[in-house]
Design a binder for this molecule. Structure first.
Ligand code: PEP
Ligand code: MG
Length: 312
């Protein structure tokens, strides 16, 4: 019965009692965006621009970047598209950006921090995004990865708004989650990256198989931080999405909705199961599952506590 429900699910995302929760796709380029357009998604929640340039020796110029972004925007014309500026460094080094030799690259110059030494790279990318938006007649939301402080958020938002675009940041560093009200005050929206937020909250490398229990996004400490961000977003009337792997787990997606998250973005193949599950539970069940999971002391107990509320 469950497989049939997943196969038949067409969206849009909503709970059984009708609360809308946009179900969005994570994409990397025009090819993956066009393929995502065949999935039952309502837009793009995360366009990881760095993935298109991993094999490049030289920085792509503004024309080439414009073509790439336009390709993706046009695949979702008239729908929501969230594009992320280059998240280079650590697990995704780009050959055309010089990275200092670092003992701990995950804690080093990565993501938005590359703008400190290379402001031109950020400006060129934002120029290309603005041109692609204009040429395709779309209004993408633009967000920065690896933001730690409200000052960084404000600086990025200014660059984005100078180009007439909507500005947001990713919440994937615990400091940003802890001070979410101050970060949200600087931007129009935030998106929680649960892969890195879990890594940095638990001090456990996201690539380590040995530390899988610690890097599990069901960790109650991670849920508590997500709860703080969602509450701050609701207080300021600003969208709070999730675009990490957590949004691909149907039960966890319902918990995130119960915590107050307003959109879910995942690999396109994962979205039907998420949408189908959400369609079977009420907002009250999501809230009860979130409260129950938050009150536990391990991922296993959080899963069990949530299942008791969600699986009728
Ligand atoms: C995340 O950290 O959860 C995220 C969505 O970004 P990435 O996986 O690209 O680091
Ligand atoms: Mg990340």
């Amino acid at each position: 019965a469950e497989a049939a429900l997943v196969a038949a699910w067409r969206g849009p995302g909503r709970t059984a009692d009708g609360t809308a929760v946009a179900i969005l796709a994570n994409v990397a380029d025009g090819v993956s965006a066009r393929s995502a357009a065949d999935a039952p998604v309502e837009g793009i929640g995360l366009f990881r621009t760095e993935l298109a340039f991993l094999d490049r020796a030289d920085e792509p110029d503004v024309d080439e970047q414009t073509r790439l972004y336009r390709d993706v925007f046009e695949a979702f014309a008239g729908q929501k598209v969230v594009i992320r500026t280059l998240d280079a460094g650590s697990d995704k080094p780009l050959a055309f950006i010089e990275h200092p030799d670092e003992a701990n690259p995950a804690l080093g110059v990565r993501g938005n921090r590359i703008g400190d030494d290379h402001p031109d790279i950020v400006r060129t990318q934002l120029d290309a995004i603005a041109r692609a938006a204009e040429e395709s007649g779309t209004t993408p939301w633009v967000m920065a990865p690896m933001i730690a402080t409200a000052a960084e958020a404000a600086q990025f938002a200014e660059l984005v708004r100078q180009r007439g675009l909507t500005a947001g940041v990713m919440i994937e560093i615990p400091a940003a989650a802890i001070l979410a009200p101050a970060i949200l005050a600087e931007v129009d929206f935030v998106s929680i990256g649960t892969n890195d937020l879990t890594q940095y909250t638990m001090a456990a490398d996201r690539m380590s198989a040995e530390l899988a229990e610690l890097t599990d996004p069901w960790q109650p400490a991670v849920l508590a931080l997500i709860s703080q961000v969602a509450t701050a977003g609701a207080q300021q009337g600003k969208p709070v999405g999730v675009c990490g792997e957590a949004a691909a787990d149907p039960s966890l997606a319902c918990v995130l909705v119960g915590l107050g998250v307003t959109s879910l973005s995942a690999a396109p193949a994962a979205t039907p199961a998420v949408g189908a599950k959400l369609s079977t539970v009420t907002m009250e069940q999501c809230r009860a599952a979130a409260a129950a999971a938050l009150a536990t002391s391990s991922p296993a107990l959080a899963r069990r506590a949530a299942a008791e509320q969600l699986d009728g």
